[in-house]
Design a protein around this ligand. Structure first.
Ligand code: MG
Length: 221
């Protein structure tokens, strides 16, 4: 296990992404690439493979925008109840390894923990219902409330207004390179990525950011 040394004395806030960072991205991948096409095909009496490629094209067009994460957008766009369909496969929602211990240790150490997610409110509440994640951190912030995705440069100023943090003493952990890049430009000092956000997909090669496999590599001792 690679151990990354953080000087935890210099960090008083940890901003945490949810999907692919605290929770296994497999649920989301499975939902968008498998379950949604299947149910879409059933509902619209289509062939599943046709539905899959048609949906993939539409989904990719919205990547990185708030729409991409917005269940209301997809419900309107596709004319199917996306939030309802998510519930059908909710048993796949799972923590990534060592997350609960990591969050418990930060709490003991008096380090503020805030989930900052692009997930839509309906998706967020389903995940909270399944995991109790909100009980393990100090606050949960949803980017839809600001009308800006985390990838957008103006996002971090908006976050400062509701959740003040010292950029020099803050760690952001996020599996999205676009989000890490936007945080780097804003000036957040400590940035960390995740090698394998989806447990069922191969590990990624990461050059631009420091990354971990699991949170036990950085949990304060
Ligand atoms: Mg993520």
């Amino acid at each position: 296990m690679a151990q990354i040394m953080f000087d935890w004395q210099n960090i008083d806030t940890v901003l945490l992404d949810m999907d692919g960072t605290l929770l296994d991205l497999h649920f989301d991948t499975f939902f968008w690439l498998e379950h949604l096409p299947l149910r879409y095909a059933q509902i619209h009496s289509m062939n599943v493979d046709e539905a899959r490629s048609w949906l993939h094209e539409r989904i990719i067009q919205q990547q990185g925008s708030l729409n991409w994460y917005c269940l209301d957008f997809w419900t309107d766009e596709l004319n199917i109840p996306v939030a309802e369909l998510k519930k059908e496969v909710a048993d796949k929602i799972a923590f990534r390894p060592h997350v609960k211990d990591f969050l418990a240790t930060l709490k003991q150490e008096g380090i503020r923990t805030v989930i900052v997610t692009n997930a839509h409110q309906d998706s967020l509440s389903l995940k909270i219902e399944k995991t109790g994640l909100n009980q393990l951190v100090d606050d949960v912030i949803c980017s839809h409330d600001f009308g800006l995705a985390k990838e957008t440069s103006g996002f971090w100023d908006k976050l400062q207004k509701v959740e003040p943090f010292n950029k020099e003493r803050t760690l952001l952990v996020d599996d999205s390179f676009a989000v890490l890049q936007s945080a780097r430009e804003y000036g957040i000092r400590y940035l960390l990525s995740i090698f394998q956000p989806d447990s069922q997909q191969p590990k990624r090669e990461i050059n631009d950011f420091t990354a971990i496999d699991h949170f036990n590599e950085i949990t304060p001792k």
